[in-house]
Design a protein around this ligand. Structure first.
Ligand SMILES: *Cc1c(COP(=O)(O)O)cnc(C)c1O
Length: 429
């Protein structure tokens, strides 16, 4: 008899108690799609008709999104393709709280409307006392668009030629800024821009002077850039896009700009990303002079760029809670990272796997500190492990014909996950 006729009908498979429970949790469409694909495998003979329900159940996603958690063992702390900063447990718990109905714009004491996101804004103010006022929008790009629109639409933004940067995936800050109706007045040259260049360009049409941190490249050699301090004396607002989200100086990254320093030097407004070195959710932070921040908040565009309750909750918990993973990884002692790599490599080698611990250089990532090498350690494996480990959602990096699992960018709690994944991957190498 044709085995295809033994393939169970969809209704019969969906009656399996495990799949019924999954349909209640994930929605019927996702479960049905898994059943259809398992039936197809049975028709093609790759699985037995009697295992359709088992195969469908095994193929179900953990949740109703297509997003899958991964271990970032690339050694790039803030990996844009892997979701940038992982949230702290405190921030994850806050997101869960906010995901229901919550008093995001409501005063529980009076029963009246309350200021939206007051907790997150207070936490941001407390974390950066140099700012008179703060606001939060969707991301740093949105912060720049809002500043350009509210302060310079139909007017000029004066910017140094060495700071006309592309942030990634083809997005260029100059295009973003001019899309608001502001005009760019480029000054200086690629490698050198001095205070005089800015002073000569400033006039009645100037909306503001913009300084952008070149956060993903470095120019070396015969270079000059003008300090915020020097620009602040020119009589127009200075907006500083610091990029990474450091609110105060960090000794580990001495060349990375921070909000407190820029504000003390006279910046009227600082913009930054919440999901880079701050280690929080995607957000655009606006910190600066009260009148300017208030002007931005009053602009109609603000309403289109504001953040949702989940972001407000995660940001507040990131600022008030324990150090988030990205900051812990940045500050991890290399001897601890090395010890973890040695333990893991030894465990794997004991079962005959060609694994060794090596010293490596990790990087902060697109989020900042270009060219800075963070001392790190990795488990080095044959390159053939790359694909089977990726199937198990462990992402390393290939280097000189080996696969490196760099441990500075992973949570120490994931070491056991890595061990299990490498052992399972071995069968497929
Ligand atoms: C990352 C970055 C941006 C864009 O920030 P998003 O939060 O991704 O929108 C803008 N400017 C600089 C200097 C950056 O590093």
């Amino acid at each position: 008899m044709d085995p295809r006729r033994l393939v169970p009908r969809t209704d019969a498979v969906l009656a399996d108690p495990r799949l019924r429970e999954a349909a209640a949790r994930l929605g019927r469409a996702i479960v049905k799609a898994a059943v259809t694909s398992a039936q197809q495998e049975a028709r093609e003979g790759t699985i037995a008709p009697s295992s359709v329900a088992d195969a469908a159940f095994a193929a179900l996603p953990d949740n109703a999104t297509g997003l899958r958690p991964v271990v970032n063992a690339t050694g790039v702390l803030l990996h844009t393709n892997l979701g940038r900063a992982p949230l702290s447990d405190a921030a994850r718990a806050a997101v869960t709280t906010a995901s229901g109905c919550a008093d995001v714009e409501y005063d529980l004491a009076t029963g009246r409307r309350g200021p939206r996101g007051a907790g997150a804004l207070a936490a941001l103010s407390a974390a950066c006392p140099a700012a008179e006022a703060v606001q939060v929008v969707n991301n740093n790009a949105a912060a720049l668009v809002l500043a350009a629109t509210a302060l310079a639409a139909g007017r000029e933004i004066v910017i140094g030629r060495g700071e006309m940067v592309e942030i990634g995936d083809g997005f260029r800050l100059p295009d973003l800024l001019t899309s608001t109706g502001a005009r760019l007045r480029e000054v200086g040259t690629t490698n050198r821009t001095v205070a005089r260049d800015y002073a000569d360009a400033i006039g009645p049409d100037t909306g503001f002077v913009l300084k952008v941190h070149p956060s993903n490249f470095r120019i070396e050699g015969f270079t000059a850039e003008t300090s915020v301090n020097d620009l602040a004396g020119l009589g127009v607002p200075v907006v500083v896009d610091i990029g990474s989200g450091l609110l105060a100086p960090d000794p580990v990254l001495p060349d990375e700009p921070d909000a407190a320093t820029a504000l003390s030097a006279g910046a009227a407004l600082v913009t930054a990303s919440g999901d880079k070195l701050l280690g929080g959710p995607q957000a655009g932070l606006l910190l600066g002079r009260r009148d300017i921040v208030e002007r931005l908040r009053r602009h109609p565009l603000y309403r289109a760029l504001r953040v949702d309750k989940l972001t407000l909750a995660a940001l507040e918990a990131t600022l008030r809670g324990p150090r988030p993973p990205a900051v812990q990884m940045l500050h991890a002692d290399v001897t601890d990272v090395r010890r973890r790599a040695e333990t893991l490599a030894k465990d794997l080698a004991a079962t005959g796997i060609d694994a060794l611990a090596i010293d490596t250089a990790a990087a902060v990532g697109g989020g900042g500190a270009p060219g800075v090498e963070l001392p790190s350690a990795a488990v080095s494996l044959p390159a053939a492990y790359e694909s089977p480990l990726r199937e198990r959602r462990v992402i390393g990096r290939l280097d000189s014909g080996r696969l490196l699992l760099d441990l500075r960018s992973t949570d120490p709690a994931d070491d056991a996950t890595l061990r299990t994944a490498v052992r399972a991957a071995r069968e497929e190498t």
